[in-house]
Design a protein around this ligand. Structure first.
Ligand code: EPU
Length: 421
């Protein structure tokens, strides 16, 4: 198992390239199950969740090759419709194979994902959408057994906006018979990208980017190619690192449109942000940061995946800030660890009440999930002395070698092996 050793206090300076988006690639990859041919996805990050999805697709019969951020997925020879527990337990996004398998092959057996580090994270909306399209769903031995002769188009209204359920319903609807309308659909950039990929396969989808998607099912889909979008959460995390360390950096290959609210909040805190095509520059060299409250919301709101990082930022800003998560009400596993570094934070229902301290002090802390570990790395970059972040396999799920990017910006961070379990 690896850990990070960070010596804090160095302002970040320089330029780094943002990797492709993990969450977008995780939706694009299972979409290849909808056709029978060779598909190419470029700008895919080399992170563990992508390797897990590759293993799962291979298990279903997809031939997969991954080189230099380019994924070639050949779905000509699907041999199984079973997504086993060993993959799904590692990564909830494995549930994305449900819609495509059911739509194309008439059956899917997918392990129930169970809870995750910060709460239950149900998949009821995914299952209801499949039922609406005519599938029978049974739960047996921890597995979802879904069957349908041919899915039929349906009106699907989601009570809660869900990225995963929208992606799954969309992938099922493109091969269903007749028209489907998905209302209260997620409009996150990852869903827009998925819809565009499906269209390049021959799917008929209208309303892309809005909360109402209209789909006219087609009989079959062709193979296709796509260039994956940049990772907005990685970009946002590094921008916060620059603000916290009073640095001055440039992010290349970024899409600022996907980060509007994060950029606005950074500006509200006093950082200077400049946008120029695919480059985001952030100058915090003379920053005396102000406290800024955030409340997470569905896109284009402030992403829940940036909540922990913003909390780390506000922990060193004088005054009091309130950070509220409305998407996951108990996504606060990072708080006790930030407190170990000297932060003053209280959890009140689904809010973190942060009272800024002058300095954080290095300590040993433990990652509990992907974004929580990102917030601990950020805190380590400004803490006085040495911070050790344990169990960084969590951060490796979604950030491609984050320490290399931070090192390139001048941070004193290294990855070392540890005996710790
Ligand atoms: N929800 C339900 N029932 C469902 C599905 C979702 O009640 O069937 C609820 C969830 O409990 C949550 C809300 O709906 O309160 C939104 O969850 P959503 O379904 O949108 O989340 P997801 O699709 O499982 C994706 C990202 C997450 C990100 C969320 C929210 C992927 C692979 N994962 O998850 O990313 O936090 O959207 O934006 O795209 C991460 O990258 O660290 C991460 C957790």
């Amino acid at each position: 198992m690896d850990k990070f050793i960070i010596n804090g206090g160095i302002p970040l300076k320089g330029s780094v390239k943002v990797s492709g988006a993990k969450n977008s690639a995780l939706a694009l990859m299972p979409a290849v199950l909808l056709n029978s041919g060779e598909n190419i996805i470029e700008n895919v990050p080399e992170v563990n969740d992508i390797f897990t999805m590759m293993k799962l697709l291979k298990q279903l019969g997809v031939e997969a090759e991954f080189n230099n951020h380019k994924l070639i997925l050949d779905s000509s020879n699907i041999t199984s419709q079973v997504a086993p527990y060993e993959h799904v337990k590692k990564m909830r996004a494995s549930v994305y194979v449900l819609g495509p398998l059911l739509a194309k092959y008439g059956s899917a057996k997918v392990s129930m994902p169970g809870g995750c580090a910060w709460g239950p994270r149900p998949i009821d909306l995914h299952l209801k959408a499949m039922e609406k399209m005519g599938a029978s769903i049974e739960l047996e031995g921890g597995y979802i057994i879904a069957k349908s002769k041919k899915l039929s188009g349906a009106r699907i209204n989601f009570d809660i906006s869900s990225v995963g359920a929208t992606g799954n319903a969309l992938m099922a609807a493109v091969l269903a018979k007749g028209e489907s309308i998905i209302t209260n659909a997620a409009a996150e950039p990852e869903i827009t990208q998925l819809a565009q990929f499906l269209i390049s396969m021959g799917a008929k989808i209208e309303g892309i980017g809005s909360n109402i998607l209209e789909i006219e099912g087609v009989d079959e889909l062709d193979n296709a190619s796509v260039i994956n979008i940049p990772d907005r959460i990685e970009a946002g995390t590094i921008m916060i690192a620059a603000a916290m360390t009073k640095g001055k950096i440039e992010l290349e290959n970024a899409n600022s449109k996907h980060l509007n609210l994060v950029i606005q909040k950074l500006e509200d805190s006093g950082a200077k942000v400049l946008l120029n095509n695919q480059i985001i520059s952030i100058d915090a060299s003379n920053l005396e940061p102000l406290n800024v409250d955030v409340t997470t919301a569905i896109y284009p709101g402030f992403p829940t995946d940036m909540q922990a990082q913003w909390t780390a930022y506000m922990s060193i800003v004088e005054g009091s800030s309130t950070i509220t998560d409305t998407i996951y009400l108990d996504r606060f596993k990072h708080i006790p660890e930030l407190i170990r570094l000297g932060a003053d934070i209280e959890i009140l229902r689904n809010s973190a009440i942060v009272k800024g301290v002058k300095t954080l002090k290095g300590a040993t802390v433990m990652s509990t999930d992907l974004r929580a570990s990102a917030s601990l790395v950020l805190a380590g970059l400004v803490a006085k002395g040495t911070t050790e972040v344990l169990r960084i396999y969590h951060i490796d799920r979604g950030y491609q070698r984050i320490e290399e990017k931070l090192k390139k910006l001048g941070a004193d961070i290294k990855r070392v092996k540890t005996e710790e379990f």
